[in-house]
Design a protein around this ligand. Sequence first.
Ligand SMILES: Cc1cc2nc3c(=O)[nH]c(=O)nc-3n(C[C@H](O)[C@H](O)[C@H](O)COP(=O)(O)O)c2cc1C
Length: 347
Amino acid sequence: MEIDTDSTFSNSDGDKMKTLLNSCILNKTTILKNRVVVPPMASGTADDNGRATQKTFDHYKRLTTSKAGLIMVEYTYVHPFGKSEPNQLGLYTKEHTEAVRSIAKIIKDSGSLSAIQLVHGGAKSTYELTSGNLIGPSSIIIPSKVETLEKPREADLNDIELIIKSFVESANMAIAAGFDIIELHAAHGYGLNQWLSPITNKRSDDFGGTLKKRARILFNIVEQIKLNHPNILLSIRIPGEDHFDDGLSQVDMIWISKELETKGVSLINVSSGIGGWRRPRNKTGEGYLVENARIIQKEISIPVIGVGGIETSGYINKSLNNKSLSLAAVGRAILKNPGWGPQNGLI
Ligand SMILES: Cc1cc2nc3c(=O)[nH]c(=O)nc-3n(C[C@H](O)[C@H](O)[C@H](O)COP(=O)(O)O)c2cc1C
């Protein structure tokens, strides 16, 4: 296997042709054996209290047969008030830590790197699921193309402190459980996306208004995790844009990505914004969100993960060589057929 000396394409690689079989090095220390990522995909297999079950273990064992370089565990809530759906995975107690430790081991034993995505649903949930604590940056219903959501209560400073603390503690638990990479979910309309977006954050205090203030909660979480664990590999899943009028723009997200790179983040996972992950109406074809990834990859040196209907090795190789992305996430194609990899030469 060819090992790159750097994680990006801009320097030591020169004009060498890339394929998805090339490895990728993160932070000069950690090797992804190839450029394929299984992105986080909710399996709905946890028990009522968010603990992984045998079904969860079987699910991830199945995904490891893809032999992807990186397998990301689904969105996992960091506090009971941040739960978005029944049977969602949670990580906020010792019992949860032990349960996810088994998932990390299954992935690592297979030779792939393991990541877990941490999330606080914020206002993208129900009063029932959050025990009456449906909280958003502002009391604004999140626009959704697939469901009608409830009107949240506006967060006060205690709520903000609790959200930050919950992410930081959950990250500590994920690291203790043995994950190689921690991802914070700031896309798809969930909590951190709500804070970033001018559609859902209309606050006039230090956590709203300018983009910098709207990003404060995300930046605080990143800084605190890095303070506790300077060498931890952090990935942030961001919207390439909100895909809604008056929402987060590509320019906003370039700025956010650059700031995150400066703060020591190792990977940027570019997806969609406030309306959820599904294909936006005006986007067609394989790699329907990769243009957003390309715009960000051009501006930063850390690797960008691109996503959206990617199904063929030919598309991935082309995207690697035209520098649209450094890593390609293949979601539903691998979920449907984890043998996707070998069939496409990924072994
Ligand atoms: C069943 C399912 C569950 C998903 N759950 C998550 C999730 O937990 N976190 C997340 O960021 N995205 C989630 N997504 C979005 C995927 O990570 C990915 O961005 C999306 O499926 C598009 O990629 P694809 O076209 O390769 O499937 C989910 C997608 C599917 C199909």
